[in-house]
Write a protein that binds this ligand. Structure first.
Ligand code: AMP
Ligand code: ZN
Length: 172
């Protein structure tokens, strides 16, 4: 999400550092980021309005057990601020979330005795997201667990691969 609408950008550039508008905009922006979304189930869990089985918490993240798990130990890493998906999360925060995933994965493996794990994260309804508050799934995997995280491989030509590569190279 862009921090300010463009009309506000002009005001933001106002040379008067302590202008009334600038203070107002700054306050609204901060409020918007801090106030939980009233209809977001994960914001309610983070606010303590809905119970959850919390397994880890720090200033920035809460980690809970999924209420409808794929199996034993299926956990969710939730940022405490409301951010809907990977397209909007601060990349640095996404990095911290994945660092936490890596730490938890090995600790959980020791305790629960599973061997493998899927770490996945859905963005948008087509991708299977049902709760629109960014979260990382930690899904323990065991032999014969019946969990299915697959797709049917396609077979593009080398030219088709090159065309996609041309579109996507040096984007960032
Ligand atoms: P996703 O489909 O990637 O958006 O994942 C949402 C996950 O949230 C699902 O795996 C649900 O089982 C889980 N979930 C839904 N409601 C709750 C809840 N109240 N507490 C814990 N997990 C939940
Ligand atoms: Zn939320």
């Amino acid at each position: 999400r862009r921090p300010f609408p463009s009309v506000c950008k002009i005001l933001w550039l106002n040379p008067c550092k302590f202008s009334f508008f600038r203070v107002m905009i700054e306050e609204n922006y901060t409020k918007e980021r801090k106030i939980p979304m009233s209809d977001c189930i994960f914001c309610k869990i983070i606010a303590g309005e809905i119970p959850s089985a919390t397994i880890y918490e720090n200033d920035e993240f809460k980690v809970i057990l999924d209420r409808f798990p794929s199996g034993e130990g299926h956990a969710l890493i939730l940022p405490k601020n409301h951010v809907p998906n990977v397209f909007e999360i601060d990349p640095a925060q996404a990095g911290r979330a994945y660092a936490l995933a890596a730490k938890l994965a090995r600790a959980m493996k020791e305790v629960l005795g599973f061997t493998d794990m899927n770490i996945l994260q859905n963005n948008g309804p087509i991708a299977g997201q049902t709760v629109f508050h960014f979260h990382i799934h930690l899904i323990p995997r065991r032999e014969g667990d019946g969990i299915n995280v697959t797709w049917t491989p396609t077979e593009p030509t080398d030219e088709q691969i090159a065309a996609v590569q041309a579109k996507l190279t040096n984007l960032i």
